[in-house]
Design a protein around this ligand. Sequence first.
Ligand SMILES: [Cu+2]
Length: 434
Amino acid sequence: MKHVQKPWLRRMALVAAIASTVATVVSVAPVSAATTGNSEGMQCETNSRSTFNLTAADGYISTPDGNSIYMWSYGDATSGFQLPGPTLCVTEGATVTVVLHNSLPEPTSILFPGQSGVLADGKAAQPQYTTDAAPALTSLVQSASANGGSVTYQFTAGTPGTYLYTSGTDVKKQQQMGMFGALVVRPLGSPVNQVNRRTDSAFAPGKEYLFLLSEVDPDVHLAVERNQPIDWSSYRARYFMINGRSMPDTLAPNNASWLPNQPYGALVHVKPWDAANNPLPATIRYLNAGTVNYPFHPHGSDERVIDKDGHPLVGPSGQDLSYLKYDLDVGPGQTLDTLMDWHSEYDVTNKPIPTQLPTITDQLLVGTDTWFSESGYLGTKNPTPTTITNNNECGEYYHIAHSHALQQATNYGATFGGMMTLFRIDPPSGCPTK
Ligand SMILES: [Cu+2]
């Protein structure tokens, strides 16, 4: 959102608006009994042999405005079709094997940009051409043939960091259809909660988030579903996603039962930085699987960019070249690893703010419901008037994070959707109910 005057006032209003969205979505939506794994944060596919079986398949996803979109993506043997493809987590130096099974009606493949020495069925992975007199490119890498073919890729996991994997066949169409996922390489011999080999890349255990950004033009998907030609000249993305979901679905937990093919949430949930009790930041891994820049813009806190395209930002003799950024411009095909902590600008003891009760029940939802905690301070909840229902659980704050290209923060043109999520900051002592 653009902040022109009194940014904090606008921000509070925005948070209120979002909070009401959260209220509608989170409190009304049923909590899945079938939820597995972490309900928040990056969910890794991992195994001791670093061997993954992926199936290229079709399926449907849903959007917050009630649309249902035909997609292609990678799924694993147990979860089946999902968008995005499974997040593959491996350790630097491991021999990684990815077996691709193809159930799509045309050839497909997987590219592993950033990994070297990739083999496809035991041979060097390389572009494929027709055998005509004038050879034409058919795929950027060996593919699995249509309707049941398979191909096995193998490589040694390279530099720690975050990488995209995508289709290397008819890339414009297949990547738009949803054929992408994330590959996370963890540093060898370092604690598991370190982004790269540097000790200053450590993050708080469990506070690891994936933001895989993408876009959808539903007309392309309808054409593919109906086996009709695609009119690329009229291409226009209408849905913008984090981890295959648009706001407000981005706030729903991982594996939410009502989003069966979109298992990954994007709610960031932290506590304020504290030297003694919460010294480590969260990490957010950004990837762009779309066609344009996504200028991602979290409110209220800079993030420190420490890796780009799977490589740490260090100088020739190990100098720290990381930098703080408020607008994270993620280019197509690019990845950024960031560290985020919440350095509270609020000091309830030394800088008291006299809080006035709002003249209207501020941030009014319905009737006398409010999200206001009766305090301007993070993590402080004062007594509220007996006449209101307070939905603020424990003095937590919500800050918006979204693409600052505001057409990307919409669902088919409707604002407050698309590539948007929330950062939730709980009080230092935690939130008893969360
Ligand atoms: Cu904004």
